[in-house]
Every structure is written in C-alpha cells, then in structure tokens.
Design a protein around this ligand. Structure first.
Ligand code: GLY
Length: 303
C-alpha cells in the first residue's frame, strides 16, 4: 500500500508571519525528497536544515543568545515511527544541531548533552556554527532592555504594577520581544506511511546557561508513532508540564481529526503562553497556534 506524502513545517510561535517564505522553502525541500521516495525522517530533517540555515529563525545559524550575550546553546531532536530517536541538548558551536541529533540515532543512546554532545559532534565532523549574526545581537539587546525595564527591585510599587504591555510604544511588538521561543519544526509522512518529526531551537529568551526546553524531550517538543507525528513550539517549560506532543499524538491515535487535536492542544494553555503545534496523520497535516506563526504545509497530491 502506498500513501500520498505530506509535510508541514513551522518557524516558531514567536516568529513573525512574514517569515513564511522560509517555511515554504523548507517544505519544498522536504517534499522533493518525499517525491523521490525518501523517508519521512529524511524529509523532516532536510526541511529543518533549511530553517536552521535561514538565519531569521531561532535555530541553527539564527539561534538566540543566552543572557550573557555571548553563549549560544541549541537543542534539537528527530524521531520517526520506525523507532528512531536522537536528541541533543545545550549543544554549543554547531551549525546544524538537527543533523547532530540524527547522528545520535546511530548510537545506542537517545540523547547527548553539553560537552559530551559537542565532542561527539566534533568527532563526527559536523560544520561549526558561524557565530551569532546581527539578528541574534539585536534580539539580545532587546531582551536586555526589556529585562531592565522589568527590574523592579529598586523602584516604587507603582512601577511594579504598571502594565507595560498596554502602553508599549516601541516599534517591535511587546509580544515579539518576550515571546522569543521561535523553535523550528517539521513533520512528514512518506509514501510508505511512516511518520517523522524534527525540531531545533536556540531556546527561549531570556534563559540561563544550561537551560533545556521542550525541544529535545520526547513527548514534549515532538512525538512520532504509527498514527502520526506532532511538533510543538512555545515556552518550553509550559509545554513540558503538559507533555504536549504525546498528549496531542494520543488524541490523534484515538481517532481525533488532526486539526481538532492541534486546536485542543493549544487550548490547554492560557492566552499569555505562546504555543503552536503542527501535526500529520494519514488524513493530512494541520497547524494551530495562539499567535500568528509562520508555517507551511504541502501534500504531494496538491503540487
Ligand atoms: N520551545 C523552545 C524552548 O522553550 O526552548
């Protein structure tokens, strides 16, 4: 039996919708592999690499800086319905963390972190990270400004209760400054009906060194099984507490339509928590979020 391949990607629930052209390029790359008979895993990873290399998204080359303005730490993971799973967390210094995560699937382990992950990636010869670009420095400066404005420790009570959001007068929207959790992700189904997920992030901001979010954790930032694949984006800590991707996957596996499952997943969170989901099942792909995140979906039949 053969299936019509599908792919969906997102550029992060904190990223502006106008970045959707990057998502279109990523789905096109993934779909080229699917139409060539390659696996869902290969397609999801190829799409994730396009977004990691884009430079605008908070993953790979575009990763956000940690609070010190110097450190870049990335998390990434891949998983498919044949039982492959690989993840890296707090990885410093590599251009395509999702490829290092893929390499972890060739070891007996599921996740490598920190220095061990870096030594592994060096040994396997992965390309070095080009270093933070102007966008990473700009985002960092904005976070610092925002944090300074919210440092109420030395100022009167009036400031503690002041609602900056309602009077925000900067060009860049308040939510854009505070919702820097622009994970990228891809889900795919290939012609054999196999499902895969790939996810990569520079983390959310502000964050401490060593902080790990949902993205490398199976069942939290991603899940793939025999009935579909799901990837989440948003504030990692909130996503982890709900085991969001596995929760949504279980609904899909129980027969909930894929779009309804994504909507129900996002509805688990209050509005102030930015969250987004993409998913694929044999019915097709779906995306849903509570901001306006850049996404793109493609079916081989629709090309
Ligand atoms: N969702 C990405 C992170 O919180 O690290």
């Amino acid at each position: 039996m053969t299936f019509t391949p599908f792919i969906a990607v997102h550029g992060g629930v904190g990223a502006p919708k106008v970045f959707s052209d990057g998502c279109e390029s990523a789905t096109a790359r993934g779909m080229a592999l699917l139409s060539d008979g390659q696996t869902a895993l290969a397609a999801a990873i190829a799409a994730a690499v396009v977004l990691e290399d884009d430079g605008r998204f908070n993953a790979g080359s575009g990763s956000s800086l940690r609070i010190d303005g110097v450190t870049l730490e990335t998390d990434a993971a891949v998983m498919d319905s044949t039982g492959k799973l690989g993840a890296v967390a707090a990885l410093q210094g590599f251009k395509n963390p999702v490829l290092v995560a893929e390499a972890v699937t060739t070891t007996p382990h599921l996740m490598l972190v920190g220095e061990g992950a870096m030594e592994f990636a060096s040994k396997r010869g992965f390309a070095p990270h080009p270093g933070p670009g102007p966008l990473a420095h700009q985002r960092h400066a904005e976070v610092m400004t925002a944090m300074r404005e919210h440092d109420y420790s030395d100022i009167p009570d009036f400031w503690r209760t002041y609602d900056f959001k309602s009077d925000w007068n900067f060009e860049r929207p308040y939510d854009d400054v505070f919702a820097m959790c622009d994970t990228i992700g891809a889900v795919a189904m290939d012609a054999q009906g196999r499902f895969a997920a790939a996810v990569s992030t520079g983390g959310s901001a502000p964050m401490l060194k060593g902080r790990v979010g949902d993205s490398p954790l199976p069942g939290c930032g991603y899940f793939a099984g025999s009935e579909g694949a799901v990837v989440a984006t948003g504030i990692g800590e909130a996503i982890i507490m709900k085991m969001l991707s596995k929760t949504v996957y279980d609904w899909i596996a129980a027969g909930t339509p894929v779009q309804v499952a994504c909507e129900r997943g996002v509805a688990l969170f209050p509005d102030e928590i930015p969250v987004g989901l993409i998913a694929v099942s044999r019915e097709g792909t779906a995306t849903h979020d509570n901001r306006e995140m850049p996404t793109h979906q493609l079916s081989l039949a629709a090309r």
